[in-house]
Design a protein around this ligand. Structure first.
Ligand SMILES: NC(=O)c1ccc[n+]([C@@H]2O[C@H](COP(=O)([O-])OP(=O)(O)OC[C@H]3O[C@@H](n4cnc5c(N)ncnc54)[C@H](OP(=O)(O)O)[C@@H]3O)[C@@H](O)[C@H]2O)c1
Length: 263
């Protein structure tokens, strides 16, 4: 299926590794040109090189800290200045710090809200004027399965991302007539650096080995394994494409069946 992404321009946050890089690769494979960003410059340049060489796409690498409004505005503007247009925005960044409901500190909550709620509000709000210029746009937020079911020690994720779901729904209402579609994807357990890091933290707390914890987690997933980043990225590419003509304001799980809900 031709997704109709050829010649379109996408911004992908946190594109130097993990889910963001996989999304940038999927979009580039479909013919989009991409702007990627991250704080670390070395990893960003390496990812840009890899995406260029494997897909032939034009890739703009913009060092940015997405916790800062000015960096978000700069990333979007640099993309438009470089490519002359903006069509797709994949809102992705580092995840919130871990925390439990009973004892997460004020500082940790502030950080979590900033990273996993304010970030999505800013990206959506700042992108819309650029997308409206072409009367076409796709915004895809990378959230988490915690919007359906809590994960131990990640109350910070569920609470903040529920707000991002609400924001996306209102944004979808407000921009639907401009042909701008806004959706969320909710990964469960996909094997990335962050995912391995979370299990290493857990292992250091419990004294178990991270490998044993990863194995146990995998066997509790109905598909019996962790997901691969590209298994989320291909859905993101579809949601970001011309072929997605009528899906908006919704959230789609990519979790190998792990969430215990029938809806
Ligand atoms: N992997 C999963 O299964 C899973 C499940 C649920 C939710 N998620 C969420 O999906 C998102 C991506 O996860 P991941 O597993 O791909 O994480 P990851 O492997 O840690 O990658 C995060 C990417 O974001 C960049 N980044 C982090 N903080 C940033 C900032 N302030 N400004 C700009 N770039 C930043 C990182 O580069 P720098 O560090 O160089 O900036 C890196 O490129 C996270 O929000 C995570 O919580 C993932």
């Amino acid at each position: 299926m031709d997704l109709g992404l050829k010649g379109r321009v996408a911004v992908v946050g946190g594109g130097s590794r993990g889910l963001g890089k996989a999304c940038a690769l999927s979009l580039a494979r479909e013919g989009a040109n991409v702007a990627i960003c991250s704080r670390g410059v070395e990893g960003l340049e390496a990812a840009a090189k890899e995406i260029r060489s494997t897909t032939g796409a034009e890739v703009l690498a913009v060092p940015a800290d997405l916790s800062r409004l000015a960096d978000i505005q700069d990333l979007l503007q640099k993309t438009v200045d470089h490519f002359g247009r903006l069509d797709v925005v994949v809102c992705n960044s580092g995840g919130p710090p871990e925390g439990r409901a009973v004892d997460t500190s004020e500082e940790t909550w502030d950080q979590a809200i900033q990273m996993a709620l304010t970030f999505f509000i800013r990206m959506g709000r700042e992108a819309v004027p650029h997308l409206k210029n072409r009367s076409w746009g796709r915004i895809v937020n990378i959230l988490a399965s915690t919007v359906y079911q809590p994960i131990d020690n990640l109350v910070t994720s569920g609470v903040t991302r529920m707000g991002a779901v609400a924001f996306a729904k209102s944004l979808a209402d407000e921009v639907g007539r401009d042909n701008i579609l806004v959706n969320n994807v909710a990964p469960g357990f996909l094997l990335t650096d962050r995912m391995v890091g979370l299990f290493e933290t857990r292992a250091s707390e419990t004294g178990e080995s991270a490998d044993a914890l990863l194995q146990a987690r995998a066997s509790a997933i109905p598909m019996g394994r962790f997901g691969r980043p590209e298994e989320l990225a291909d859905l993101v590419a579809f949601l970001a494409s011309e072929k997605n003509g009528y899906i908006t304001g919704t959230t789609i799980l990519v979790d190998g069946g792990v969430v215990r809900s029938v809806l």
